[in-house]
Design a protein around this ligand. Structure first.
Ligand code: ADP
Length: 445
């Protein structure tokens, strides 16, 4: 069963039972009230019957005529019984008419009694008179009351049925309306495949949960789309970058082998080949490292690593470069991690700072921020154009101002991945032409 039908049914059931309860209450109240009104009528009939039988001698002729007239206007199926309250024989015969012993006793004690047998209502009164004490019992059918009750019951049943159907239809209509975003989402999901992530996305406006769901879903598709595009461009770039040096090597050897060359020319060719092989070698090494970081890092053997020692060690590899660094006291910046990977990450960042500032001094600072160790590498080099900053950590991405600088565009992505594996974050602040600062944050254990 569809959820919208379920909701409509629950809503309908609820309305049905609330209405049933309210209608039953109204119906019972109405029956009680009709009975009360009829007992009042029976009491009047009992009085008129008593006056008719016992008060002729104490009334004027015209008043008695009025009583006779009223006495003759009987109720439907009316019957009455008058007996002497002190005649045990007659009282005994009343047992058929007053089945409840208590009622009979109450009547003999002077109380008015009211009761029902089948569809007949009875009223008994104790009537003291100068001719003796009497019991007057009047009974009749309340046909009008019964008819009204029947009509009310019919009306309430019809209202209940019509309202229930109506409420169900309205429930279905609104449930359909409320669930329409979900139906749209389902339709959309069915039409989405890995190659077709560009399909039109649903955009639900509003602040309710379903709008939030559709927005979350949209965000997820956008993220997936970005991930797919990134993966595609990674493969495109990787194959392009790997093919470039190979094409250069094949071309160079073909041209050289065309004819006999001088030793100098052979040396030049070999140097070109060596240069291209080095490029290829660096790229393959970086790609393998990048692939390695994709392994299950939780299984890699980790140790306590002193970040200040690792950075210091990394700087030794850049002999000749001017690096300003206040080495903090050993042991103050320790994290759990893999030293070789961290050396790789710092080498890329510090190497870039030296490379893109053409050997100007590079500053390295250690600090603590919130619950993190922060290492900042600052240079006064070419900077990164504003439009390139958001993509700078993507593999193979190189900013537009680096055409004259050697590089593969893998190093920074690799550093980013390594810092991320160590539960860290990387950020960049840069201004084109003025320099760049890379910040690396490592959570304090
Ligand atoms: P590359 O091999 O080009 O150095 P990286 O992956 O190390 O590749 O860096 C990616 C890009 O980020 C670089 O091409 C450059 O555009 C930019 N970049 C990284 N570090 C710096 C820096 N210190 N100054 C300016 N640009 C930088």
């Amino acid at each position: 069963m569809r959820i919208r039908t379920k909701i409509a049914l629950i809503y309908t059931q609820l309305t049905f039972f609330v209405m049933l309860w309210a209608f039953a209450f109204v119906y019972i109240l109405m029956i009680r009230n009709t009975e009360e009104v009829f007992y009042d009528l029976l009491w009047k009939r009992a009085m008129i019957t008593a006056h008719y039988n016992f008060e002729k001698d104490e009334m004027t002729e015209s008043a008695y005529q009025d009583v006779v007239e009223r006495y003759n206007q009987k109720l439907m199926g009316e019957s009455h019984e008058i007996i002497n309250a002190h005649d045990f024989y007659e009282i005994d015969s009343l047992k058929n008419m007053i089945p409840n012993e208590n009622d009979l006793q109450m009547l003999l004690n002077g109380k008015t009694i009211e009761y029902r047998m089948g569809d007949r209502q009875y009223l008994g009164v104790y009537y003291p008179d100068n001719e003796g004490d009497f019991l007057v019992i009047v009974s009749a059918h309340d046909t009008q009351g019964a008819e009204s009750a029947k009509n009310l019951l019919k009306l309430l049943t019809i209202i209940l049925i019509i309202t229930t159907i109506f409420v169900y239809m309205i429930g279905e209509f609104y449930a359909k309306k409320i669930f329409s975003p979900i139906v749209k989402i389902i339709k959309n999901v069915k039409s989405i495949t890995a190659s077709n992530l560009k399909s039109d996305l649903i955009e639900e406006k509003g602040n309710d949960e379903l709008s939030e769901l559709s927005r979350t879903f949209n965000d997820m598709i956008l993220r997936l789309r970005d991930a797919f595009e990134m993966q595609n461009s990674f493969i495109r770039n990787a194959s392009h970058e790997l093919r470039n040096p190979l094409t250069a090597i094949i071309g160079e050897t073909e041209i050289t082998l065309n004819k006999e060359r001088t030793p100098k020319e052979y040396i030049e060719t070999l140097e070109t080949i060596q240069y291209e092989f080095e490029r290829l070698n660096n790229m393959i090494r970086d790609l393998l490292s990048l692939a390695q970081t994709g392994y299950d890092f939780s299984r890699v053997d980790k140790k306590q690593v002193d970040l200040s020692k690792v950075v210091e060690k990394t700087c030794y590899n850049f002999k000749g470069a001017e690096i300003n660094m206040d080495i903090p006291e050993y042991g103050k910046y320790e994290i759990t991690g893999v030293e070789s990977l961290l050396v790789h990450a710092f080498t890329n960042v510090i190497g870039n700072a030296i490379k893109f500032s053409k050997g100007q001094p590079v500053d390295i600072k250690f600090s603590r921020e919130d619950n993190n160790y922060k290492i900042s590498v600052t240079d006064k080099g070419i900077g990164i154009p504003y439009r390139d900053i958001k993509n700078i950590f993507q593999p193979f991405y190189r900013a537009g101002n680096t055409a004259t600088y050697k590089g593969t565009g893998i190093g920074l992505a690799l550093s980013y991945k390594i810092v991320d594996l160590h539960n860290g974050k990387m950020g960049v602040e840069s201004e084109e032409g003025n320099g760049t600062t890379f910040h690396m944050f490592f959570r304090i254990n």
